[in-house]
Design a protein. Structure first.
Length: 559
């Protein structure tokens, strides 16, 4: 049941929208060990017109009631100060725990109490709690037991996305289901109950309607063999981070995107009010306004190495446009770029590097617009865009005037390619990163034009740039460049350490012997690509004095 509720003075209301729009709620994952492993109790919500949660399979839970605070004195195994610290609140944390236990009793008939519960005596109180004619503290006093919080573990914190009529700030707990009690659906909120393993609940064959938050919690539970392991993991977490999904729109309709979703940061930038209109997918040929200065148009060349396709960016203002990376030579993409620039004019074409998915479109675009092409030529051009014809080569540090209050700074970032350039939009602290920094993956370093040492040095130099956003050659906008750069450097150094360790174990080995050990977690279909980066690592290790090559094999050189 729900009632008027406000957090006590000094407690921390969650962000992500006006605090008054959020209903504070609590949910509990009740666990047991079954024949097939860990099982969790789920309930199918009753069908209700206009409720997007109708028929969804969820965990018991609901809104914190104002009277839950009166049950603090009935709690055993924790107090408000302890629970509030765990939840990151100044006060009022125990209210959530009480609400979780009360909702479990109301909806599924299970009560975490400090002594045995008489079902016959408790049943009328369940009805009174659901009707709102009594509070859980009155029930505890009348039946002479306390609420057992000793085994209750805090495990997650979620907000409902902006733009939804009913929004919740929900704390998730987990506990072992009480022994000797039978779960029973209330017939109101819960139409059906099921004990189910996480894997079975997630399986397509189950055909369960799962909300994103439920799906993610099931995925987390699926890591554990039994209830003790799941509870121990929750108990050992030093921090529970709030998860704030965002809503966007795909070609199938409304879609909720979690923080690890590719479109998440871009939705937050383009739709801070939560209107839900931003696309959650990249569609070739569709012009996407990323700001008043930047338009993205993606080429129709999706693939394993290009993701959803190569991004071309129009940067400028006042009807003046500079195109960054015209992409492959594709007539449809050329027309999409010309349409995106209209009624203005394209006055300059920039390329980040001369790989065949980034620069071949420059020739046709230059012919159609008369715009000159700028960039750099590769030191080892074999296999790259032979049609590239530059007006001149750009110098690191150059600044290009691209329209009113729109300036691009040229940054030379060799590594993925010797001629790789990034362009920093000064006014927005946004870096057009080409293939130097990708979204969600590492780039291939392919010698001789690719150079691992140069790549790492360029990443380190970018850490000193004033950046807030990345606009990669493939994918959506990326936030927090500092964290991304740190992660890429750490990943490459960790891989280098694996290369060195494998070489030390084998003493002498060729690429094909080292590859399955160094890239054991990488699907074998990608091993031919990984082999190129492995060679780049070994060349760097040779320069560092850690490895040697006799032309056929690589030899560990630190003994």
């Amino acid at each position: 049941m729900s009632g008027a509720y406000s957090l006590p003075p000094g407690s921390a209301a969650a962000g992500g929208g006006a605090a008054g729009a959020l209903r504070h709620a609590a949910t509990v994952l009740l666990l047991r060990d079954g024949a097939a492993g860990l099982e969790v109790l789920m309930m199918r919500r009753a069908e209700r017109p206009g409720d997007f949660r109708s028929g969804a399979c969820v965990f018991p839970g609901g809104v914190v009631d104002a009277r839950d605070r009166a049950a603090h004195a009935c709690c055993r195994g924790s107090d408000d100060a302890t629970m509030s610290r765990r939840l990151g609140l100044a006060a009022g944390g125990l209210d959530y725990a009480v609400a979780a236990l009360r909702e479990a009793f109301e909806e599924v008939g299970l009560l975490l109490a400090d002594r045995a519960v008489d079902p016959a005596a408790a049943r009328p109180w369940r009805q009174a709690l659901q009707a709102g004619t009594a509070g859980i503290a009155e029930m505890c006093d009348a039946l002479g037991f306390g609420l057992d919080l000793g085994g209750l573990e805090y495990c997650a914190h979620w907000l409902t996305p902006l733009g939804v009529p009913k929004r919740f700030d929900t704390r998730f707990f987990m506990a072992r289901a009480p022994a000797g009690q039978e779960a029973e659906a209330d017939g109101g909120e819960a139409s059906e109950l099921m004990w189910i393993t996480p894997a079975a609940a997630l399986a397509a064959a189950a055909e369960l309607k799962l909300l994103p938050v439920t799906r993610r919690n099931l995925q987390e539970l699926g890591r554990f063999a039994d209830a003790d392991a799941a509870l121990a993991d929750a108990r050992g977490r030093s921090e529970i981070r709030r998860v704030f999904p965002r809503a966007g729109r795909s070609r199938q309709g409304r879609e909720v995107v979690l923080p690890d979703g590719w479109a998440y940061a871009e939705i937050g930038r383009l739709d801070p009010e939560g209107r839900g209109h931003v696309s959650t997918e990249i569609v070739a040929g569709v012009a996407v306004a990323l700001s008043e200065r930047v338009i993205r148009v993606t080429a129709p060349n999706p693939g394993r190495m290009t993701g959803p396709g190569t991004n071309s960016y129009l940067v400028g203002g006042g009807g003046r446009w500079t195109v960054i990376d015209p992409g492959p030579a594709d007539a449809t993409h050329l027309q999409a770029l010309l349409a995106a620039a209209a009624p203005g004019r394209i006055e300059r074409i920039l390329v980040t590097h001369s790989h065949v998915d980034h620069s071949p479109g420059a020739q046709a675009l230059a012919e159609a617009t008369g715009a000159p092409v700028f960039g750099r030529y590769a030191e080892f051009p074999d296999g790259q865009d032979a049609s590239l014809a530059l007006e001149r080569e750009l110098r690191a540090g150059e600044r290009l005037d691209c329209g009113p209050d729109t300036t691009l700074e040229v940054i030379h970032t060799p590594g993925h390619a010797s001629n790789h350039l990034c362009y920093r939009l000064v006014q927005e602290k946004l870096l057009f990163s080409g293939d130097h920094v990708m979204q969600g993956s590492t780039v291939v370093i392919n010698p001789p034009d690719g150079d691992m040492a140069a790549y790492l040095n360029a990443l380190r130099e970018l850490q000193g740039a004033d950046l807030e956003w990345l606009a990669p050659g493939h994918g959506f906008l990326v936030a927090d460049p500092s964290a991304v750069l740190r992660g890429l450097i750490a990943h490459r150094l960790a891989r280098e350490a694996r290369v060195l360790a494998a070489l030390k174990r084998q003493g002498r080995a060729g690429l094909d012997a080292l590859l399955p050990e160094v890239y054991a977690e990488v699907p074998t279909v990608l091993h031919p690509v990984a082999r190129r980066s492995l060679l780049a690592h070994l060349i760097k290790l040779e320069a560092d004095g850690c490895a040697e090559s006799d032309g056929a094999d690589w030899i560990y050189a630190l003994d």
